[in-house]
Ligand binder design. Sequence first.
Ligand SMILES: C[S@@+](CC[C@H](N)C(=O)[O-])C[C@H]1O[C@@H](n2cnc3c(N)ncnc32)[C@H](O)[C@@H]1O
Length: 447
Amino acid sequence: MHENDELIVTIEKFSNLGTGIAKVDGQVVFVENACPKDEVKIKITKVNKNYATAKVTEVITPSQYRTEPFCPMQKVCGACQMQFIDYDYQLKLKKQIVEDAMKTIGHIDTSVNDPIASPQIKNYRHKIQYPVSQKKEGRIVAGYFKPQSHEIVNIKYCPIQPEICDDIIEFIRENAPKFEITGFYEKKHTGDLRHIVIRSSADNGKCLVTLVVNATKTFERLNNFAKAIFENFEKVTGVCINFNSKKTNVILGSKTECICGQNFVEEKILDKTFKIGADTFFQVNPKSAENIFRYVKDEISKLDSPTVLDAYAGIATIGIVVSDVCEKVVSVEENKASIEKAKEVLLENGINNVELYAQDTTKYLKSIKRKFDITILDPPRKGCTTEALDETLSHTKQKIIYVSCNPATLARDLKYLVEKGCTVESIQPFDMFCHTYHIENVAIISF
Ligand SMILES: C[S@@+](CC[C@H](N)C(=O)[O-])C[C@H]1O[C@@H](n2cnc3c(N)ncnc32)[C@H](O)[C@@H]1O
């Protein structure tokens, strides 16, 4: 097999990175935009030692699971790799991804439950982060990067986010030049506007807009531009500037200033209200997150008023949501801004049985003697360190509830816990990121 070879193949499986898998002479070929049971003509784009990659040049016999994507940009944008696949079948494929990870990485034979669908499969994404640049003729572009590149697809319409986000971004594209705000040239590290970040509330539709700029302090033109955005949209309740002049792919810098209105939007999860700022972690699909939190709360309610450690807490969303069925909750989060937001949430919701610590989870656990009936782990995609898992084991009496956004690191961490004598009682997937290969899981682990 060589680069540019054209072949006809049948897609056998779906990979954990959202591509179809075919086999040619026993070698694995990852095929973009292909669905199991498709018969397709492909062009080989790269040949590596153990596998090759390819793209579809013609669908000869479509799989019965193919459907027309509702977004005209689906193929070029790359953000919704699975949108051309029927939603119910997407869920089946995601279940398979989790099962494969448990088998091949985790060596665990616990069965995986059917995924719980997202309550909305359009307009579900409530956090938008568009990179911004500028064309030679001066036109501002904003959208997602094309897959494996830093070329921006100028997205004017994105049906997976609330409609108002398209309008705000279009306003920014059209009006930035009037305020002499330039788009960022990544190669030369020049220009003003690097990213547009919008957090919109699924509860009240209000939006917080953050302009990430290549500067260390604000200036008059920028303040005036922020005011224009604020004035133009009734639903925009705040405009912030985040300063990021570093040569980095990290979107937000460490300093944010609120120029107009409030520096947060309010979101409601179950019966609690949260304040979400520009730099605080909050789930992108609040309605699906609500399903996860309800599931975790039900699991905790099986014990009578337990003590709970909520580790990797963000703004303590889980800790706060479950607090009314617990004797005590301790939420630990390393991001200080998130803990500050959590303090406000506790006050406003009148909650007094949640303790907050702005600290690394392992360091916090090493500093205490107390044990908890239940520990909730909700780490970032990289999962937990073995040190964090060891500390969790020695500070937990009955069970661990592990919330994970990455099946591979979940499987690795479950393997470690099983080797230490734990039992994986259940694995429940939740679809938070419809039309992408991502899948969230909640594993219940007992001792
Ligand atoms: C997936 S988010 C979960 C947030 C929260 N549980 C929620 O549902 O909104 C992971 C969080 O872990 C925090 N984090 C990352 N490493 C950490 C560490 N070593 N100790 C404590 N928190 C950490 C991140 O800042 C982030 O807020």
